[in-house]
Design a protein around this ligand. Structure first.
Ligand SMILES: Cc1cc2nc3c(=O)[nH]c(=O)nc-3n(C[C@H](O)[C@H](O)[C@H](O)COP(=O)(O)OP(=O)(O)OC[C@H]3O[C@@H](n4cnc5c(N)ncnc54)[C@H](O)[C@@H]3O)c2cc1C
Length: 440
């Protein structure tokens, strides 16, 4: 019997790839007409836009890049991805390039020296704590841990922007586990690790990477490994007998299997189970919208040269993150045109946010309106990604469930990182359980 994966989001595809490369050939059922879930792209006129502005993080050691290098092509990042040059952060409309190591942090003139030193101390604290060290503080809100380092309103505004970008909510709501993970990975204070973060030439972030050909290319690389994905196949039920998975039901037809990996929303799992009940953790889901405004410009109006700009919000609301995607891949727009995307999040009023974002675009690209020949506004509810303190990594459900043969993956299950990285980490964790349970 072949294992069945429900959902071809990055969680389902990462798990499918690991199984396939270890000699187990799963069937992946996807209810929509495209694979990749939230990782997708489509055409708007002559431009190609993504489902929200996306970058892949940590090209060297992040779980998703490492998975792709291990199972698809060791050189895939060098060949198929383009690195962002840097982030430029703005506070009260003054901008500076974000330092990528502690030496340049001390020269970061967006903040006065006393704030830089505080930031430095916070970073050293995080280095000692490491991502795993946050397990001691599962319910901790980032602000409650870092407030001892916040020596001015401007430092709070900056750290708040980091929080929104990593957790989807403000520093006064976001989970410490995810916030610390943005800065550091493991708890190994070795000489090499310190050098990676401190010396003037080190790049602790490992960069943010954009896939050539657009976001849709990432799932495409997985599909090309001959994963068996069946589109427009909604799994209506997972059938359980005597607390063991025995099959799935699609349009009244039962397909037998003893292993199901579910990449849909964990909060919906019990709705599709028959003959059994999932008793594990269910993440709380909050209402919020992620807004992206895409603009096509009929000529080259500016050259950011792969710089991302982030305008921090003085009232601690979401920052506005703008990128010229044609800096990474000119083929996303007609020859000589530019494609720009700007993203932000709101938990309250979308219309107000869109108006505010338009004012930010005017600051980023003065007089931009006269060059626009495409405008496309996307609103998504990225419900799997919000990490408030009560949905911290340490409160998300394990991949192995109480039902024999039933596993869960994706960004609403326990994993480090964010978005795609979490999907890969959840798939790796799921594979550890499967190997043990099925002795493979
Ligand atoms: C605007 C925006 C910006 C983002 N930016 C980034 C970024 O820069 N970097 C990053 O790494 N991440 C980013 N993310 C997050 C990332 O896109 C998602 O967290 C991740 O792709 C979620 O993957 P998943 O597999 O957990 O779930 P999903 O992508 O939601 O996939 C689940 C899949 O399961 C299918 N499914 C569900 N139920 C069934 C069923 N019963 N039968 C068959 N199929 C089913 C769905 O159709 C879907 O395709 C962003 C998200 C948004 C919205």
């Amino acid at each position: 019997m072949r294992p069945i994966i429900i959902g071809s989001g990055m969680g389902g595809l990462c798990t499918g790839l690991i199984l396939k490369k270890n000699g187990i050939n799963p069937i992946i059922f996807e209810k929509s007409n495209h694979y990749g879930g939230s990782f997708s792209s489509y055409k708007v006129g002559k431009y190609q836009v993504d489902t929200g502005a996306h970058m892949l993080t940590r090209g060297k050691s992040g779980e998703l890049p490492v998975l792709m290098k291990t199972y698809i092509d060791p050189k895939i990042f060098e060949k198929k991805f383009v690195a962002q040059k840097h982030f430029k952060f703005f506070i009260h409309d003054k901008g500076a390039v974000l330092p990528m190591n502690l030496s340049s942090l001390l020269k970061f003139d967006l903040l006065p020296m006393k704030d830089r030193i505080s930031f430095f101390k916070m970073f050293i604290d995080f280095l000692k704590l490491g991502r795993a060290g946050t397990e001691k503080y599962p319910d901790m809100i980032s602000y409650d841990y870092v407030k001892k380092y916040i020596t001015s309103r401007d430092l709070l505004i900056l750290l708040n922007a980091f929080s929104w970008m990593s957790t989807g909510c403000s520093i006064k709501e976001g989970a410490l586990s995810r916030f610390v993970d943005t800065f550091v990975r493991n708890k190994k204070i070795s000489g090499k690790y310190i050098l990676k973060h401190i010396t003037p030439k080190s790049n602790a972030s490992e960069g943010d990477w954009y896939p050539l050909g657009g976001l849709k290319k990432v799932p495409e690389y997985f599909i090309k490994e001959k994963l068996d994905v069946r589109l427009r196949k909604k799994v209506d039920k997972i059938v359980v007998k005597n607390n063991k998975v025995v099959g799935v039901k699609i349009k009244g037809k039962i397909i037998k299997t003893d292993m199901v990996i579910y990449d849909g929303l964990v909060k919906n799992l019990n709705k599709i189970l028959i003959g059994g009940k999932y008793t594990g953790k269910i993440p709380k889901i909050d209402e919020y919208s992620s807004v992206t405004i895409w603009l096509g410009f009929k000529k080259k109006i500016t050259n950011w040269n792969r710089e991302s700009q982030v305008y921090c919000d003085p009232n601690l609301e979401s920052p506005h993150w703008g990128v010229f995607f044609t800096d990474f891949d000119p083929s996303l727009a007609p020859v000589g045109h530019q494609l720009f995307g700007i993203s932000a999040i709101t938990h309250t009023n979308q219309k107000k946010l869109i108006l505010k974002m338009e004012k930010t675009i005017d600051k980023m690209i003065p007089g931009y309106k006269k060059y626009v020949d495409m405008k496309h506004v996307q609103v998504y509810r990225a419900e799997k990604t919000l990490q408030k303190a009560y949905n911290s990594m340490w409160h998300l459900p394990e991949q192995k469930t109480n039902i024999e043969g039933l596993y869960i993956v994706g960004t609403d299950t326990k994993a480090f990182g964010s978005g795609g990285t979490m999907c890969a980490d959840s798939a790796i964790r799921c594979w550890h359980h499967i190997r043990k349970d099925y002795k493979v």
